[in-house]
Ligand binder design. Sequence first.
Ligand SMILES: C[S@@+](CC[C@H](N)C(=O)[O-])C[C@H]1O[C@@H](n2cnc3c(N)ncnc32)[C@H](O)[C@@H]1O
Length: 495
Amino acid sequence: MAGPTDGYPTDAPYRIAFQASQTPAHLALVCATAGMAWAMRDDLQVADLGCGRGYVANTLAAANPEWRVVGIDHSPVQIAEAAMTARRAGLDNVEFIEADLGALADAGIARLPQFDVVMLHGLWTWVSDAVRDGIGRLLLQRLRPGALVYVGYNVLPAAAADFALQRLLRQLAGPRHDSGGSVIAAERAMARLRGLAGSLPLPRTAMLERLMNDPPLLEPAFVAHEFLTDHWRPVFHEELCAALAACKLDFVGSCNLFESLPGLLDDPERDRLLREAAPGQAREFLKDLCLPRSFRADVFVRGARAADPVRALDTMVVAATRALPERSPVLDTGVSRATWPQPLWEALRGRLEQGPCEVAELRAVRARDALHPAELLSMLVGSALVQPIFRATAAGPAASAARFNRAVAALHAQGGDGRGHFALAAHAAAGGLPADALDLALVSALSAAGPASDPSALALAIQPNATPGERELLTTRVAARLAERLAAWRRFGIL
Ligand SMILES: C[S@@+](CC[C@H](N)C(=O)[O-])C[C@H]1O[C@@H](n2cnc3c(N)ncnc32)[C@H](O)[C@@H]1O
């Protein structure tokens, strides 16, 4: 059994949790909102560092046959799964490399391509200084001018509330190498924590609540990755900026588009402080103080060029990812809940239901409301109701995306009941539409069945061995899901 590399367990697969916000399609929105020129291209070279089981890297490769995608992780079990998925989907534009990012020699780094986009989700604050140095060397040497770097990380001050919890779990786990591996160690720690936490003065964080829930809402493999690492320590945004400045990278903006909006904190005095703070690190720190979030996702650029944000956002094309709700969406920022007047929402919904459109056209449906495009997109993208479209869908589903969607259904759908946050590869979106196991199963069954979409026939295809009662329940779920998603899957060229 493989042991830990530099204090990080390598023997357990992490959960599959596709993050749309780390993909180049979303980074394009962040750049446009921040007034930074960056255009989606057909020939991107993309890397996912600490790629885990490779779901994001494979989705991007499948949706973008012209891109070259590289996933790097030190965990053999995860790299093996990532490579197997790529093989099953017939993807020849993705490569998975098993390597410790802290131990990559310059010669190894030099063999990598020059990247346009590098993603690090859940890596920076989990690894040692030596690994951070290795990542820094890679970024310094292998980024093209104009390249983007995405970093998802635990941020101070809010993440400090979990410091003691992490230390306690590590102690409760005991030695993980001689006791059946990190998942068993995590199970042991979770069981002991449940017996102890009520008597200890631990901050009642969301993480602790999920661990104490009966049954726990976190899987042992997740806990092994999140807590049984020797080096987990959150950072201030400013510290990350300093480390990346040494790689010639400048901060662009947060992946939470709403963070760029005026009135963000919904408290006049705090909003005044935020407006008066110097843009950049001082303002970002005030947000980190006032927003109750322990995780940040930020975008950095090598060589920023300014662009007019209104023009950049207005020319983006967006489409609905699901049937749109009757009532206006509500965007929860953690300190405020934003919503739109119902007539404005009805006008926007009416236009989106007709099909994809430019943001400028969408805003124009109610010119009197003078919606800023950043507000429009913060609300619609933030509530997962729309995604940008970069390519026409007239040619039908891209072959590689269709193969990937079938392969991941076979691997993970489990009759529509599989656990995980998946995605369906979409050529039009240059990425993926978030999906659950039922979505994977349904798209696979629909592509085999042709245009027919009878819910009971689909339920039979998804769970051929179900009892009549189970089949009836599944048929109801399938009918509801088709009403919610079928049109969007066609809109994004998934079907
Ligand atoms: C918290 S997980 C996140 C995985 C993936 N990015 C995701 O979001 O699903 C961190 C990942 O980084 C990998 N990792 C940790 N230390 C590493 C190192 N020194 N070199 C390469 N990969 C490493 C782990 O194996 C793990 O898959």
